[in-house]
Design a protein around this ligand. Structure first.
Ligand code: GLN
Length: 189
């Protein structure tokens, strides 16, 4: 299984380590021509405006849209969620209205233990850093976790989006969940 990891900026090496620890291969994406040979895509945290600019410059945004339409699984975390969601900063590939920097100065960065039934009974330690939330999600979107400010983990078909940073904790359950989505996409495609 090959995962295309957007590597324009952001916490790339932590994602790489987590994905490889589960036996999948990682291909770093800094230009067009890599995504096509991969089974799934991860868009890490960073700065969504920078991501969008660099992706557009390289034509990688079009490749992501194409991958989505072909049923490949795509996982966006934090800025990656902004890139996938609906706002003037994103591609609108998940039916969710996204608010960037949703927690303001007071809660720039914090941890929360989340109940995520889809991952089992153990709470998940979620790290939020200048995080976005999904303020409103449309039909077809499965809400996997929510806090008082909004939805922080959701899935719609082959798209998975989290407000928080799974690469910063040792718990690999969310990656395993994503890799199962990648498998499903492969067997469909
Ligand atoms: N605030 C950033 C943005 O909206 C996301 C922060 C992050 O990815 N840690 O692009």
């Amino acid at each position: 299984m090959k995962i295309a990891l957007l590597a324009f900026q952001g916490d790339v090496s932590e994602h790489e380590r987590a994905i490889e620890s589960l036996g999948a291969e990682v291909r770093l994406v800094r230009r067009a021509g890599v995504i096509d040979s991969c089974d799934g895509i991860v868009i890490p945290g960073g700065e969504s405006t920078t991501f969008m600019r660099l992706m557009r410059g390289e034509g990688v945004d079009q490749e992501i849209i194409e991958a989505k339409n072909r049923g490949k699984a795509i996982f966006g975390t934090c800025a990656g969620l902004v890139v996938l969601g609906r706002s003037r900063y994103g591609l609108g590939l998940i039916n969710a209205d996204v608010k960037r920097n949703a927690f303001g100065r007071q809660r720039e960065s914090f941890e929360a233990m989340l109940d995520i039934p889809a991952l089992g009974n153990e709470p998940f330690k979620a790290i939020f850093i200048r995080a976005p939330v999904m303020e409103q999600v449309g039909e077809g979107v499965e809400v996997l976790a929510r806090i008082k400010e909004g939805v922080v983990l959701a899935r719609e078909g082959n798209i998975l989006a989290s407000s928080f940073h799974p690469e910063l904790v040792d718990d690999t359950r969310l990656y395993r969940y994503f890799l199962r989505m990648v498998e499903e996409g492969k067997s469909r495609g």
